[in-house]
Design a protein. Structure first.
Length: 394
């Protein structure tokens, strides 16, 4: 009789234990929904401190990867409970006192996979962890990029084979192929990610990028426009508009390209790449807005040689050298109190004149040398460049 009672109690405890795990996970999800991330993790960790239960471990992974305040190599995580009006992003990168939790996701999941080798959700969790580690740390993480790429690929591929993949895992596979310049290989993954989640703006954008590099401009244009419509962040929306402009430029449709370059500039004013693309097209088309855009572009960083080199390339390509000379001369009065810009203007005017008027070139270069000698007494590199220019004037 005692044996029968013992067996009865064992069987009775099975559904109770299963229910307890289910209830714990539900309670943790309720806490996550209310932004009580640390409390949710502690609840799960108290229930399964030895990390033996796959579903509990995967939910703990979800918390540390998506709601951490800070992390140490994605092995130790700072967690915090928030109020409903707070956002975890607002706390990242800021100093504060937080509780730290050791949770080596990769080691824990690898141990669980040995016990549950057919659980495809474990492979999915592991692959997505490696992707997040790469996204945050890149070459500074515990494994090399090549190792991470292989681990992401192999684990997420097993998740796909087990029908456990979602839009995130397909996107991750697409992205790691894209950054390795495997453009054709990444396309099916991005398409599958979009099939699962049609409003995944990043997948549309990166798919457009991949199509652009496989010379399929029709599809590149389609998905770039999709990403533009889907993005809500102004910077990302601007990048999508600029990509559309680039595609139209390659299709020799300057009118449409201009529309989207202007849209990109209006969406994110003051962006270097947007203004440069606009200026290039304005100069090419002889648009009246070229002069004002040149000023805007120059004022982004008039002390930076990159700006001068860009202007030279754009104006020379379109045989507008005299217009560039006139612009530089007009800027002397605009920046009369800034010696570095005065020196740059003289130096780059001298560079322009070297091929056509060595005498004038020498005059400007000597002025630049005189100005820079007052500012950069020990900067030998600056004077070597000017000296090289002066030699060309001889």
């Amino acid at each position: 009789m005692k044996k029968l009672i013992g067996l009865f109690l064992i069987f009775l405890s099975i559904p109770a234990f299963g229910q307890t795990e289910t209830e714990t996970i539900k309670q943790a999800n309720d806490l996550i929904a209310n932004k009580k991330y640390e409390s949710a993790f502690k609840l799960l960790d108290d229930f399964d401190h030895n990390n033996n239960k796959p579903d509990v471990v995967l939910l703990k992974e979800d918390i540390v990867l998506n709601y951490f305040v800070s992390s140490v190599m994605h092995q130790i995580f700072a967690l915090k409970d928030l109020e409903n009006n707070e956002n975890i992003i607002d706390y990242r990168g800021k100093t504060g006192s937080y509780n730290m939790y050791s949770f080596a996701v990769d080691s824990i999941l690898n141990d669980l996979i040995k016990i549950y080798p057919t659980n495809c959700n474990l492979y999915k969790g592991l692959g997505e962890f490696y992707y997040e580690a790469y996204s945050k740390y890149g070459r500074k993480w515990l494994k090399s990029d090549s190792e991470l790429f292989q681990l992401i690929q192999s684990n997420l591929q097993k998740a796909i084979e087990g029908n456990c993949s979602d839009y995130k895992s397909n996107y991750a596979l697409g992205y790691i192929n894209l950054i390795q310049k495997k453009y054709k290989e990444c396309i099916p993954y991005f398409l599958q990610s979009i099939e699962i989640k049609k409003d995944n703006a990043d997948a549309h954008y990166n798919l457009a990028y991949a199509y652009l590099f496989t010379d399929d401009r029709e599809n590149a244009l389609k998905y770039a426009k999709n990403s533009f419509d889907l993005y809500t962040d102004q910077e990302y929306k601007s990048e999508a508009a600029r990509m559309i402009g680039q595609i139209y430029t390659e299709l020799n449709d300057d009118k449409s390209a201009l529309t989207y370059y202007e849209l990109a500039d209006n969406t994110a004013p003051g962006n270097y790449d947007n203004i440069k693309a606009l200026l290039r097209l304005y100069i090419k088309l002889g648009d009246d807005k070229a002069q004002e855009t040149t000023k805007s572009f120059f004022k982004l960083a008039p002390d930076n040689p990159t700006i001068y080199n860009d202007l030279r390339e754009i104006y020379f390509r379109n045989n507008k050298v005299n217009e560039l000379i006139d612009f530089y001369k007009s800027q002397f009065s605009e920046f009369k109190n800034d010696e570095i810009i005065q020196g740059n203007l003289n130096f780059y005017l001298g560079q322009i004149y070297i091929e056509t008027d060595k005498k004038t070139a020498k005059e400007y270069l000597l002025k630049a040398q005189n100005i820079f000698s007052k500012i950069f007494e020990k900067n030998h590199q600056v004077f070597e460049v000017i000296s090289e220019g002066l030699k060309q004037c001889e």
